[in-house]
Design a protein around this ligand. Structure first.
Ligand code: ATP
Ligand code: MG
Length: 326
């Protein structure tokens, strides 16, 4: 019996279409950026950037975002300093930095008993990442500061341009406690940018009004350059409708201040500090690690653009002034 068939009958593999391949290629590129950080340098800012990570709501991802974004920048060649300003010392733990009682810490820095160079130590996360740890002593600082001279300016004085230049850091991240007390005010006075992590959960925006009005108060009385530069959505759970609703609400409210990158809820992210590691070291290939690298890159790229624009505007203003003087 002869078998005949038509070429057109032979089933063909469906051609790989662009929409199917694009996400895979993007995923591969994201993984490469985490696994080979030395090949994917992040841009250094023209001027040093100091960011305070604040939200008086507890457990929204302030510390997790601080350590992982700072580690991502450092691993990609940008020298970074983390100031742990929370007596819980969680940032110090995640960065593998000693913070037992008696360790030189941010407490001595605030009291003026030590300078930045003595208190900043290298983190295990990257040689480019330094950390000023917090010990439990800091718990008393909130009260001790009340009676001190220039109580809101203590951290700013410790983070003087000379001290930061000596450490040669491009970025400073200050991890705040979940309150709007004197420690957080010190952080807001010492920085020019605020990064607010918002958890994709019920009542995400609750209490944010109070934080924003405190930022306004600090701006008008103590630090005119302060502004909310970055909002980061954290613990996004794609399985829930609520997470999308919160995301839309926050984007509607804050527009471009919100990073495009959203940090997913991931067990790896929450496990990492238990091993005194960032998620980038604990599981570099995980979605959490990749998202934090993306967030850090966005921050670095935005900063580079903004600072560059500021620089051009300054030159333009200077040229105009000269012209007017003639
Ligand atoms: P606090 O106000 O107490 O300082 P916080 O705002 O600094 O808290 P984190 O400590 O960063 O918040 O996070 C709170 C908890 O949620 C921690 O146990 C952390 O491991 C976990 N967590 C943070 N981000 C994620 C994430 N993307 N996925 C899963 N767990 C997370
Ligand atoms: Mg914290």
């Amino acid at each position: 019996m002869s078998v005949s068939f038509n070429v057109s009958d032979v089933p063909r593999e469906t051609p790989a279409s662009a929409p199917e391949w694009t996400p895979i290629a993007e995923e591969a590129a994201r993984a490469a950026r985490v696994l080979h950080p030395e090949r994917y340098r992040m841009p250094r800012p023209l001027h040093r950037r100091v960011l305070t990570v604040a939200n008086q709501k507890g457990g929204v991802g302030k510390t997790t975002s601080t350590v992982n974004i700072a580690a991502a920048l450092a691993m990609h060649g940008v020298r970074t300093l983390v100031i742990d300003l929370d007596p819980q010392g969680n940032a110090s733990t995640a960065l593998g930095v000693e913070h037992r009682i008696g360790t030189p810490s941010v407490y001595e820095l605030l009291l003026g008993e030590m300078d930045l160079r003595e208190a900043a130590v290298p983190s295990t996360a990257s040689p480019q990442l330094l950390c000023v740890p917090a010990t439990i002593d800091l718990a008393g600082a909130e009260i001790e500061l009340v009676s001190m001279v220039a109580r809101e300016n203590r951290l700013k004085q410790a983070l003087s341009p000379e001290a930061l230049t000596e450490l040669d850091v491009d970025y400073v991240f200050i991890d705040c406690p979940p309150s709007l007390g004197l420690l957080t005010v010190n952080a807001l006075v010492a920085a020019s940018e605020v990064l607010i992590p918002i958890q994709c959960e019920y009542y995400a925006l609750e209490g944010l009004g109070q934080l924003l009005s405190n930022i306004d108060l600090v701006r008008s009385h103590l630090n005119t350059s302060l502004h909310v530069s970055t909002i980061l959505l954290t613990m996004y759970d794609g399985r829930t409708k609520l997470a999308d609703q919160v995301t839309q609400e926050v984007r509607g409210h804050f527009g471009d201040t919100v990073l495009r990158t959203v940090i997913p809820r991931s067990v790896k992210v929450s496990e990492a500090p238990g091993y005194s590691q960032t998620v980038l070291a604990y599981d570099p290939g995980s979605r959490g690690a990749m998202s934090y690298v993306d967030a850090a890159r966005e921050i670095a790229e935005r900063g580079a653009g903004r600072v560059y624009l500021d620089f051009l505007l300054k030159i333009y203003a200077a040229v105009r002034e000269r012209g007017a003087g003639r």
